[in-house]
Design a protein around this ligand. Sequence first.
Ligand code: ADP
Ligand code: MG
Length: 321
Amino acid sequence: MSPLDSKHPPAARANAREQAGLKARGLASPPILKGSDGEGSVQVHQDDTMKIDGAKVFAVYGKGGIGKSTTSSNLSAAFTKLGKRVLQIGCDPKHDSTFTLTGQLQPTVIDILKDVDFHAEELRPEDFVATGYGGVKCVEAGGPPAGTGCGGYVVGQTVKLLKQHHMLEDTDVVIFDVLGDVVCGGFAAPLQHADRAVIVTANDFDSIYAMNRIIAAVQAKSVNYKVRLAGCVANRSKDTDEVDRYCKTVGFDRIAHMPDIDAIRRSRLKKKTLFEMPDDDDIVMARAEYVRLASLLYRGTEEMAPAPLPDREIFELLGFD
Ligand code: ADP
Ligand code: MG
């Protein structure tokens, strides 16, 4: 009888298929995979040596263009106002995460590694870490070439490089600023390192829909990793009624509100965070909100476990607009 005959239990058949696959690929043992990372997941499990010890690690998620980098950079600056030593890691191929902190578009870790043929030992920390406003250490992981490669690989290489150069020691806070929408497991790589995930959303259907998917992804990751949801930041919106309605329905928290303020647009043109802008009323208010959020996150938030909505229900809850 063939090992794949249906008379064998499913687990035995899966085993036989895996063995055949490994043999075909000339591999002695499988990569370490954990199916419970999500239905059908082929996520590579984090190597224990890549753990970030000591620092509090936050991952900022949200739909593309929603304000993740704006939130991350101003939050990093706010953490320095609390006396914390901060490292921000941009994980978007756009590599503009730390732009307002350093005033420049930094080269990415992946480009730098390519330049030395991936001989990481040839690099010095100053080759890939820039020091920005308030002493924030700024790293841009970059992305795989468009349409190929895996974002998770890029994040993994970046954390490895930071570890090799002891850049994660003497750091109180690490912020991962992670690219846009949930399209594949690669985007979830920073969740393997994070203590808390923060979601940036506007008061509209599309970004709340994206938030719902991110919540599902974080919940799936929290089975195997310590990551938990901290809450969401309502950004670039005067009102928060839709965000609040969604939060109430799924059991989630809005932990900050940042209206649409022109000073944020201007701060980007000036290549500065809000903390280096003039003391106008709206700027003073926005800074205070970022400092409030930073101290809330540093003190620690409840472990939230919201239940994401099936697509049909989220359409019903928020309607189409
Ligand atoms: P993401 O990182 O999510 O792609 P960004 O942080 O780069 O998004 O923000 C996209 C654009 O929106 C930027 O030009 C930024 O200046 C602007 N922006 C973000 N948040 C606000 C806000 N609260 N008010 C006004 N403009 C904002
Ligand atoms: Mg960004």
